[in-house]
Ligand binder design. Sequence first.
Ligand code: GZL
Length: 342
Amino acid sequence: MREDENKKNGLNKIAKAYIHKLALMLFYAMLFIACQKQEDSGQNRESKGIILGFSQIGAESAWRTCNTRSVRDAAAAAGIQLLFSNAEQKQENQIKAIRSFIAYQVDVIAFVPIVSSGWENVLEEAKEARIPVLVCDRKINIKNDDLYVGYIGTDSTEEGRLAAKFLLKKFEGHKASERPIRIVELSGTEGSSAAIERSAGFRECIENQSGFEIIYSASGDFLRSKGYELMRTLPFDFTEMDALFSHNDGMTLGALDAMKEKGVNPGKDIIIVSIDAEQAAIDALKRGDVNCVIECNPKQGPDIMNLARHLARGESIPRIINMTEQVFYEWDDLSDIPARGY
Ligand code: GZL
């Protein structure tokens, strides 16, 4: 009798332990589902299931890597599935990537056109597949504007104007009767809207100004190494130039290396204006090696995801969205510039 009693009590204890464990597992499972639901609230729920095909140029500058990071991070935060392609500086790779996005039947295509021409055919194919295309950062030059739904990025022409206006202010009072202020231009990737428009905006403001002359212009392809090479092999001595207009900070940093090798005092012997506002350029501005840095904002990811959400729902978006940008001048209080993040 006693033995049976003990056995029964033992079984009861084991059963109770199992039920307790089961209840606990059930509780944690409910908790997990609740958290998952909570997480899928709001934006994420709206973005659930959206597939965005994104074709990026490559990784030619700190600006570009920040642009890529912004897109990837924003897609993850928004719960948008990102098909990301790095074209490694080749337009044909971008065209192949866009064709693969079409085949995959993504909801939206976004791309940074490395150059502004040569996109008609592939964009016709996207239109036939009824996939909206968003142009990012750089612009395209096509006749049939309804081959893409909108552009988000920088106003490169205005950036060029701002660079010219800085030099006009810096050399205010320079007597036109003396020799002109001799400017060297390091331009970006040939055929890119950023290079075309920065040059155009700069010339719009400076060419009709007596006393200023662009004595040399060459493409450094937005690369630090090419900026260094071009400045190291100028067809004249550094003493024969007064100012440098560089289309991006990467090339500017290369130019600074070349100047310092030759004992030139950048920012004093040669006045320098640069575009992007990556941390290294801001640090050079603070040191007095550079005189003006114009911001070109790479952090386009969150805006791109918002636009992709609207497009995936079949909604229209503004035709052009320009990023907010600022200018850092040598005469500003530079002490409280927040870390640039690129
Ligand atoms: C400008 C962007 C340019 C940056 C460079 O909008 O396309 O490309 O100025 C980058 O740093 O390589």
